[in-house]
Design a protein around this ligand. Structure first.
Ligand code: ATP
Ligand code: MG
Length: 592
């Protein structure tokens, strides 16, 4: 089935069954607490949590959409059969129905089976279902198990998993959440690991998750307990590329009409065979498509936020092209192909075509120069042997040549890079440029006053206290310090109550009184994050960063400077709490 027909079939199917069709929202969400739209439900969150009225805005409780999605965390998976950065999600929703209503679990499961079996003709015997096995707080989803069985799925093909795989939400520390059921499709033994396995197998991709059905029936409360919601929601999502691949009988979406002409174009322009360079060609195609859609939704390459993600995928695609000796301007030709392929369903691509192409062209020519010079140097170094740390560092820092690319080139020639040496050079360089870097990474610089230094440490305490009081969704969105006051912007949806403000002040003052020690440590950025240090996503961090811990209360990546002990700080007071844009709050505070 052609992909264009499949989208239409999906929407028609749900429209006929009483669903309002809602257009895809932008990849750049209105909700400023997240950078990009990563699921169909994103635009409906206010309705799912009850902040907005679905009847008022859509005139119905049942909705369906085809949503543009982008998942940065999946970037390393790109190249396998089932993950993309940009993909489309087909979804249907039932919002705010009572628990016994016709369209909760039973309605959702029946619709899903009808669509998959009767409408698009998938073989039911290849379905494996996953359900929530229950934990100390929430019972096993017996209801779903029963419904799947009543609808023709035998017990032995219904598998139970824990909350990691089969429980959704809440999006904050409190709010709606619930178990989910997924339909996995058995692609057959040839994709298997040779052992008897099933959905979520760690060793193979024989079973592919096609559709996730989330049943929001609980509310997580302030005290950590769960209660039944009186109004529940169904939220579902199908991976459109995965479904297209199965329906077209292909190993992956790259061989379907969603990608094939792009892959063929790369083959002919670069002069390589897809079968011989599967991963590289998949990455180039995926990233080019992602870039086209991001630019179309208003993103431009930069070093922060969405712009940084765009720059990263563009440069990564160009790098993969270079490794294969692809021609200059490769991405432009591919972007044209992407636009042509998608403009019928996404007319915004047609409207933004000139801009999309000129942004790619500019970034490509900027990066071309870098890569050309870097490749020449790297190649001549590789002729001689492994690459020394300081040489890799030179390529990286002076030329902006990606380490990834040096690694790829080296591995092709069976050579290595001295990574330890690279880190050493990095550190040395970092010390030299510390003063400059401090300003750039949110510090206040060597010339900071004593007051500013104190407010800097206070900001860390405030950040952690906000997370304790409001929830882990609180993230730093900006910070500004002068000798009189601190200003802190953070992701949060509502105005803080007086009580919340008091609580936050209380925690900060308690920590000040506890006279906690402020310690500094240097470590690779990745390790810091692994250890749970908070970082400020807006910034692009160097590979080795300073991490400041305050007692065992707070841990943050930061360039400093900071006081040595919290008792130096004085009394903390919040003087203002106000909005600073959609989904962002601003606090001004002082030390008295
Ligand atoms: P997986 O475990 O396979 O990565 P997921 O649990 O992250 O999937 P969900 O968050 O439930 O997926 O998203 C709903 C559906 O979207 C999935 O069932 C899948 O079909 C599809 N999907 C998820 N991530 C991707 C991706 N990176 N590329 C393409 N499709 C995806
Ligand atoms: Mg995933």
């Amino acid at each position: 089935m052609e992909s264009l027909i499949l989208r239409k079939k999906f929407l028609d199917f749900f429209e006929k069954r009483g669903h309002k069709i809602v257009p895809s929202s932008s990849l750049v969400p209105e909700d400023k607490t997240v950078l990009l739209t990563s699921a169909g439900m994103q635009q409906f969150i206010p309705y799912l949590v009850g902040d907005k009225d679905v009847m008022e805005d859509f005139g119905g409780r049942h909705l369906a959409s085809v949503q543009k999605c982008f998942r940065t965390p999946d970037i390393d998976e790109v190249g396998d059969d089932t993950h993309h950065t940009f993909f489309e999600m087909l979804g249907n929703w039932s919002i705010g129905t009572d628990n016994n209503g016709e369209y909760f679990k039973e309605g959702a499961i029946k619709l899903a089976l009808d669509f998959f079996i009767d409408e698009v003709g998938l073989d039911k015997n290849k379905f494996y279902i996953t359900v929530f096995k229950g934990n100390k707080d929430i019972p096993k989803d017996e209801q779903a198990i029963k419904i799947w069985q009543e609808n023709g799925i035998p017990k032995e093909r219904i598998k139970e998993f824990d909350e990691k795989d089969n429980f959704w939400g809440p999006t904050a520390t409190t709010g709606p959440c619930g178990p989910c059921s997924e339909i996995h499709y058995d692609r057959g033994e040839k994709y298997g690991c040779g052992k008897e396995c099933g959905p979520n197998c760690e060793n193979c991709n024989r079973f592919v998750e096609l559709w996730n059905l989330v049943f929001m029936e609980y509310n997580k409360n302030e005290d950590g307990s769960f209660s039944k919601l009186s109004q529940s929601n169904v939220d579902t999502g199908i991976g459109f590329e995965r479904l297209t691949a199965v329906l077209q009988g292909k190993d992956s979406a790259y061989e379907t009409d969603l990608f094939l002409s792009i892959i063929k174009k790369i083959e002919s322009l670069v002069g390589v065979k897809y079968k011989e360079e599967i991963k590289s060609l998949r990455v180039i195609a995926d990233h080019t498509k992602g870039a086209v859609f991001l630019i179309s939704d208003g993103v431009t390459p930069s070093n922060v936020e969405q712009g940084y993600i765009l720059r990263r995928i563009l440069r990564r695609a160009i790098s993969y092209g270079k490794i294969l000796n692809g021609p200059e301007g490769l991405l432009i030709s591919l972007a044209k192909e992407v636009i042509e392929k998608y403009e019928d369903f996404y007319p915004e691509l047609k409207e933004n075509k000139d801009n999309i192409l000129s942004v790619i062209k500019e970034e490509e020519s900027k990066f071309e120069k870098t890569v050309k010079k870097g490749t020449e140097i790297a190649e001549s170094l590789l002729e001689k042997g492994d690459i020394k740390g300081e040489d890799a560092f030179y390529l990286h820092s002076s030329l902006g040549f990606p380490l990834e690319l040096i690694e790829e080139m080296a591995s092709k020639k069976n050579r290595k890079i001295d990574k330890e040496g690279f880190q050493k050079s990095f550190k040395k360089h970092q010390e030299i440029s510390r003063a400059g870097a401090e300003k750039k990474f949110g510090g206040v610089g060597k010339g900071a006053t004593v007051e500013a230094t104190k407010l800097h440490t206070t900001t860390h305490l405030l950040h952690k206290a906000l997370r304790e009081v409001l929830g882990d969704h609180v993230r730093q969105m900006g910070s500004d310090i002068n000798s009189n006051r601190l200003r802190f912007d953070f992701a949060h949806h509502q105005k803080m109550t007086d009580e919340e403000i008091k609580k936050v002040e209380g925690i900060v003052n308690e920590k000040i009184q506890q006279d906690l020690e402020v310690k500094k440590q240097e470590m690779p950025f990745k390790e810091a994050i692994k250890e749970g240090a908070l970082a400020f996503f807006k910034e692009k961090y160097p590979e080795i960063v300073s991490v400041y811990t305050i007692g065992d209360f707070s841990k943050e990546v930061c360039a400093g400077p900071h006081v040595k002990r919290t008792s130096d700080l004085g009394k903390f007071k919040i003087i203002k709490e106000q909005s600073s844009g959609s989904g962002v709050r601003r606090i001004k505070a002082v030390l008295e």
